[in-house]
Design a protein around this ligand. Structure first.
Ligand code: KIV
Ligand code: NA
Length: 269
């Protein structure tokens, strides 16, 4: 049997070959992502992608558990990291442990991810010291949309780097095994990567990061809107639309099903 990658394996990839990470929320895409990626993220972006919410704020722990289990069933090799959703960890380190333990016990994933830097450092240490590997997430933190006001890249103005650098340092020193850096000025992401001891995984960050992540549906061209930092590696939207259009046409003209798609009677015995 083949054992999965672990959080310590990923932690050991600092200044090494780039860590490849993509999101997946379901078994069949997880199986494909698993063939080429080191880490599969069951992101709370499933709130946008699967459920049509405008933000990740409405996502629940039960939604993350259901999709986390699907991804674990679909994959064999990659480390599966499941996002802690808004409201499941911020109140206290004990609340965070309770929620994260549910994610590990009920999905069998190998790590969790949570948003926030200095303010979450105590929680990251509490979990890490108690058997729960934590991936940090700094820079743009989408769960804070209601206090941020908009999804804008961070650290692009002179004199705005310090709090983001403090967050990254706090996450690393608290014992996280790696951290996502989302939507920050490129030179800032580069500086953080050069400064912290753990791998950084960029999204809208820098090619200098120790790894990269994208939302699968964004890079496949399935999302109606995608951020500036997405490179489209496919155009699945038009492909799926053409297929659905063809099916509808064939059903209406009775061209589908064909003789090969129906069951004849068995000969009399
Ligand atoms: O939820 C998500 O997909 C994420 C990635 C964009 C890093 O957190
Ligand atoms: Na997320």
């Amino acid at each position: 049997t083949i054992s999965r990658r672990t959080a310590p394996d990923i932690r050991a990839r600092k200044n090494s070959d780039p860590i490849v990470m993509l999101t997946s929320y379901h078994a069949h895409t997880a199986a494909l992502v698993d063939r080429y990626c080191d880490v599969i993220l069951v992101g709370d972006s499933l709130g946008n992608v699967m459920h049509g919410f405008e933000t990740t704020v409405p996502v629940t722990l039960d939604m993350m558990i259901l999709q986390g289990r699907a991804v674990m069933r679909g994959s064999q090799h990659a480390l599966v990291v499941v996002d802690m959703p808004f409201g499941s960890y911020e109140a206290s380190k004990e609340q965070a442990f309770h929620s994260a333990a549910r994610l590990l016990k009920e999905t069998l994933c190998g790590a969790v991810k949570l948003e926030g830097g200095v303010k979450m450092a105590e929680t990251i240490a509490f979990l890490s010291e108690r058997g729960i590997p934590v991936m940090g997430h700094v820079g743009l933190t989408p769960q804070s949309i209601n206090t941020l006001g908009s999804f804008r890249a961070q650290g692009r103005e002179e004199g705005t780097w310090q709090p983001i650098e403090d967050d990254a340092r706090a996450v690393a020193e608290a014992g996280a095994f790696s951290m996502v850096i989302e939507a920050v000025a490129e030179p800032l992401a580069r500086k953080i990567t050069e400064t912290v001891a753990i791998p950084t995984i960029g999204i809208g960050a820098s090619p200098a990061c120790d790894g990269q992540v994208l939302v699968l549906e964004d890079m496949l061209g399935l999302s109606p809107r995608a951020p500036k930092f997405v490179r489209r590696y496919g155009e699945l939207g038009p492909m799926i639309e053409a297929a659905i259009e063809g099916y509808a046409r064939d059903v209406r003209s009775r061209a589908f099903p064909g003789p090969e798609h129906v069951y004849a009677m068995k000969p009399k015995s």
